[in-house]
Ligand binder design. Structure first.
Ligand SMILES: [Ca+2]
Ligand SMILES: [Ca+2]
Ligand SMILES: [Ca+2]
Ligand SMILES: [Ca+2]
Length: 214
C-alpha cells in the first residue's frame, strides 16, 4: 500500500508568527496612511469652506455698501480715521429737488465682548476684530442698526501695527474696514478673517470705489 504524504499548508493555521507580524505591520501602515489622508482631506475641505464663506461675506458686504453709498449725497462726512462715514441719501426727486433720507452711518465697531487691547477678549481666536454696522435714521426715534458683516480683521490684510505701510497701499496701519475719500469718490477697503484648521488665520479682502452724488 502507498502512503500519501501531505506537503502543502492550508488555512490560517499555516501562517507563522513572523508572517502574521508582517501582515499586521503592513495593515497598520495602510490604516495609518488612510487616516492621515482622511485628516488632510478634512483640513483641506474645512479651509476651502472657511475661505468660501469669507469671500461670500466680503462680496455681499461690499454690494450692500455700494448700494448705500451710490445714492449718498456728496455732503457725506468721513471721519479722519476712515472708519465712520455719515451721509444722507437722495431717494427721489420732486420738482428737481432731492428727497433726502434721515442721516445714515456706516461704521467699524468692535465685536461684542472685544475691546482694542491686543488681546482676544471674547475667545474666538481673533484679536480686536470688529463689525461693519449700518445705522439708519441716526439720532431719530426710528434709529435702527444692522450688522453687515462680522469677522472684520483689526488691520487690513498684509498690514501689521508698526507705523509702516506694509501692504503698500499708501495707508499706514489701516483697519480691516477703511474708507478713503478723494474728491467725490469713496474707496472702501475690507478684510475679513476667521480661524481655519489648526488655528491658522485665513483672510479675504475686497476693494471698491464709489462716486457720491451731487
Ligand atoms: Ca476676539
Ligand atoms: Ca481685544
Ligand atoms: Ca503697518
Ligand atoms: Ca497699508
Amino acid at each position: 500500500m502507498k502512503t500519501r504524504i501531505r506537503t502543502s499548508r492550508t488555512g490560517a493555521a499555516g501562517f507563522t508568527l513572523i508572517e502574521i507580524s508582517i501582515v499586521s505591520a503592513i495593515l497598520m501602515i495602510v490604516i495609518g496612511s488612510l487616516t492621515m489622508m482622511a485628516q488632510a482631506s478634512d483640513r483641506a475641505f474645512s479651509t476651502g469652506a472657511t475661505i468660501a464663506h469669507l469671500e461670500s461675506r466680503a462680496s455681499a458686504t461690499m454690494s450692500q455698501i455700494i448700494r448705500e453709498l451710490a445714492i449718498a449725497q456728496n455732503t457725506a462726512v468721513l471721519r479722519p480715521d476712515g472708519a465712520v462715514i455719515d451721509y444722507v441719501q437722495a431717494v427721489d426727486f420732486v420738482a428737481g429737488d432731492p428727497v433726502l433720507t434721515l442721516p445714515r452711518r456706516l461704521a467699524f465697531e468692535y465685536e461684542a465682548g472685544e475691546i482694542d487691547d491686543g488681546i482676544d477678549n471674547n475667545g474666538n481666536g481673533l484679536i480686536d476684530e470688529g463689525l461693519v454696522v449700518l445705522t439708519e435714521d441716526v439720532g431719530a426715534p426710528t434709529e435702527r442698526r444692522r450688522v453687515l458683516t462680522r469677522w472684520v480683521s483689526e488691520l487690513l490684510q498684509g498690514e501689521i501695527d508698526n507705523g509702516i505701510d506694509d501692504n503698500g497701499n499708501g495707508l499706514i496701519d489701516e483697519r480691516g474696514f477703511t474708507m478713503v475719500q478723494s474728491g467725490e469718490t469713496i474707496t472702501v477697503l475690507l478684510s475679513l478673517q476667521k480661524q481655519g484648521p489648526g488655528n491658522r488665520l485665513l483672510n479675504r479682502s475686497s476693494v471698491t470705489s464709489i462716486r457720491l452724488r451731487n
